[in-house]
Design a protein around this ligand. Structure first.
Ligand code: ATP
Ligand code: MG
Length: 602
């Protein structure tokens, strides 16, 4: 492609709308344009990158035996009602764009396709002989993200590859899942990215096992905890660890102490001269289920620990049926105004005891009359602990479960693992933290959707059984931007060769020089004929502008038809290292071919 004929507009200044380097660079280098909040146009250079990423994804999916298809983006509400997700996706998480057509039928724009694919499986899969089978597609997804940001990282319309697998049983699903895990690792390795696969929470999609594939970068929205021996890595939402050791409590008798102004653990420990590991703190949450019932939750955990709200949500989701509900729609620490909606009298905030009486709740139709009391493992193990006295300005010291407070019934793991914690698999390994951009997520769904939607098959023994499903997503557009976030310098983007929009750019310093133009034209033809994707910068611009633009758009190899042309040579500059090589004209094609092939094998 000739630059003189392209829609090619670069910006010298950072656009005000962008915060992180990759977003700034993609805008400056003319890859994307913002059309609306979380809505972007992929300009020709970006589209080439996206097609390359898609092609790698496609090859790796095909290699697992999965088959490509294309499912509708327009999805009828009935399907989502069958799976029980319509309300959660249109109201609670509000992630689905939903609307009515002119016949007043409800529809949604696909944020994901479990419902559609399960309906297809139900119609088409009859017998064990048809299993296993796996389908995938690459298309635009729509999600009404509350905070779209960072350009393609979190858009409201974005490109995803999603695959869905169908197996006879759990064992088959596990095997398919392993194949996908391998395919995902291949996709990221081949795309030239540094990544880590981490254990992940399954979230609203449901199911059991799940991994996320994280591109390591400072701007990542996720926190990853891992050990240096490479044996453990997990999203902080899911991570487990050994908490720090408990210090021996110095309180041996149970008594009430005056502790004025001690509403934080820090102040309390200073006043009582004790360790936060001796304290049981009691945190109040307010949960709302999809039946609109509000449930008050008291979480007790060790003073030096924090609540992992994802783990807490998962625990509370398990209780949904007790409230005739299917799912949890919100969870928060109730602010004063919210408390007034249900509290019968002022709560002793900062001094709450594990046995906070249920009569603090003013009974009503939409508020559950009793607290759900969850006690984290870290708190259950404590002896002679300090905890709130249920009265402002007072704490108990030397308290014990089973004596001063009844033995906890609901013991859970809701603590947040943090860096520096010892790992469960080997206490000598400490957890380290890193930021990551989630570009892929794979799930073992099990029979959650097949049971809800009645997708069954007949086994060899003639039994009617639910199909075991898995689902596997890659954010194609997010991956492309994450590649930039991982690889750029002050001059611009440094694309990995495998996903660069073009592999080579020929910059002609002086288009008025016949010899330069002739040599450039000749190389351009040769390279393109060999299948090396080459740009020709034949614009009537100063050499400095051309070099700057070539660096900004990040093409891996730049050929300069400059002074050395008199000796039958050109200069080739490697974008990543800045290294320049003088190469004879006749050797240019073979040299570049070798470099590119090597870069692609890696
Ligand atoms: P996140 O936690 O970042 O919101 P998710 O868990 O909702 O993502 P999945 O449902 O697992 O995402 O979707 C599969 C993949 O699609 C993600 O791993 C990510 O790469 C991509 N993706 C999800 N949401 C967006 C978005 N709003 N914009 C761009 N890519 C996205
Ligand atoms: Mg995810």
């Amino acid at each position: 492609m000739r630059l003189s004929q392209m829609l090619f507009v670069t910006l010298r200044e950072d656009p005000a709308e962008a915060e992180i380097p990759s977003h700034k660079l993609l805008l400056r280098a003319g890859y994307i344009r913002r059309i609306g909040s979380g809505i972007y146009a992929y300009l020709p250079l970006m589209w080439r990158v996206l097609k390359k990423v898609s092609q790698i994804v496609r090859e790796e999916m095909d290699a697992t035996g999965a088959q490509e298809c294309l499912l509708p983006q327009l999805q009828p509400a009935e399907l989502w009602r069958e799976s029980g997700r319509w309300d959660t996706y249109t109201q609670a998480e509000g992630i689905m764009f939903a609307f009515q057509d002119r016949q007043e039928r409800e529809l949604g724009l696909g944020p994901t396709h479990e419902e559609v694919i399960t309906a297809i499986a139900k119609d088409t899969i009859r017998s064990y002989r048809q299993l296993p089978v796996c389908l995938y597609q690459i298309q635009s997804k729509f999600r009404d993200e509350i905070r779209p940001r960072f350009g393609l990282m979190r858009g409201r319309e974005f490109i995803m590859k999603d695959a869905y697998s169908f197996d006879r049983d759990e064992e088959g699903l596990k095997k398919t899942y392993e194949d996908m895990y391998q395919a995902y690792s291949n996709i990221l390795r081949r795309s030239g990215l540094a990544f880590r696969a981490v254990e992940a929470d399954s979230g609203a999609i449901g199911g059991s096992g799940s991994h996320e594939f994280m591109i390591l970068a400072e701007a990542g929205e996720d926190e990853v905890l891992y050990t240096d021996d490479q044996k453990y890595a997990a999203n902080v939402e899911k991570a487990v660890s050994l908490p720090a050791d408990v210090e021996q409590s110095r309180f041996t008798t149970y008594e009430k102490r005056e502790t004025p102004d001690s509403e934080t653990i820090e102040k309390l420990c200073r006043i009582l001269r004790c360790s936060p590991t001796n304290v049981v703190k009691n945190v109040l949450y307010q949960a709302v289920y999809d039946t609109n019932i509000t449930v008050l939750v008291l979480v007790s955990l060790r003073g030096d620990q924090e609540v992992n709200e994802v783990k807490l949500q998962n625990e509370l989701a398990k209780l949904a049926s007790q409230y005739n509900a299917k799912t949890l729609i919100s969870l928060e620490i109730p602010a004063a105004a919210l408390q007034q909606l249900w509290a019968s009298k002022p709560l002793p905030l900062g001094y709450i005891a594990p046995d906070l009486a249920d009569d603090y709740i003013s009974p009503s139709k939409n508020v559950a009359p009793r607290f759900v009391r969850l006690v984290d493992k870290t708190a259950v193990e404590l002896k002679n602990f300090v905890t709130g006295a249920g009265e402002v300005g007072y704490h108990f010291v030397g308290a014990n479960w089973g004596e001063d407070f009844s033995q906890p019934q609901n013991v859970v793991d809701v603590r947040k693992a943090t860096k520096g914690d010892r790992s469960l698999h080997d206490a000598n390994q400490k957890l380290t933290t890193a930021r990551g951009i989630e570009v892929g997520h794979i799930f073992q769904l099990g029979t959650k959707y097949s049971q809800a939607m009645n997708a069954t098959y007949t086994s060899e023994q003639g039994e009617e059984l639910p199909i075991y499903m898995g689902c596997y997503g890659v954010g194609v557009s997010r991956l492309a931007q994450a590649a930039v976030e991982q690889s750029y310098d002050k001059n611009g983007i440094i694309w990995p060769v495998a996903i660069a929009p073009y592999q080579v750019i020929i910059s002609v310093p002086n288009v008025g020089d016949r010899e330069q133009i002739a040599a450039a034209q000749e190389l351009y033809n040769q390279l393109n004929q060999m299948g090396i994707e080459t740009l020709l910068d034949d614009r009537d611009e100063r050499a400095g502008v051309k070099f700057k633009d070539a660096d900004l758009i990040g093409i891996p190899y730049r050929i300069v038809t400059g002074r050395s042309l008199k000796n039958g040579k050109v200069e080739i500059v490697e974008r990543a290292t800045g290294k320049a090589h003088e190469i004879s004209l006749q050797d240019v094609p073979s040299t570049l071919k070798t470099w590119i092939d090597n870069a692609l094998i890696a």
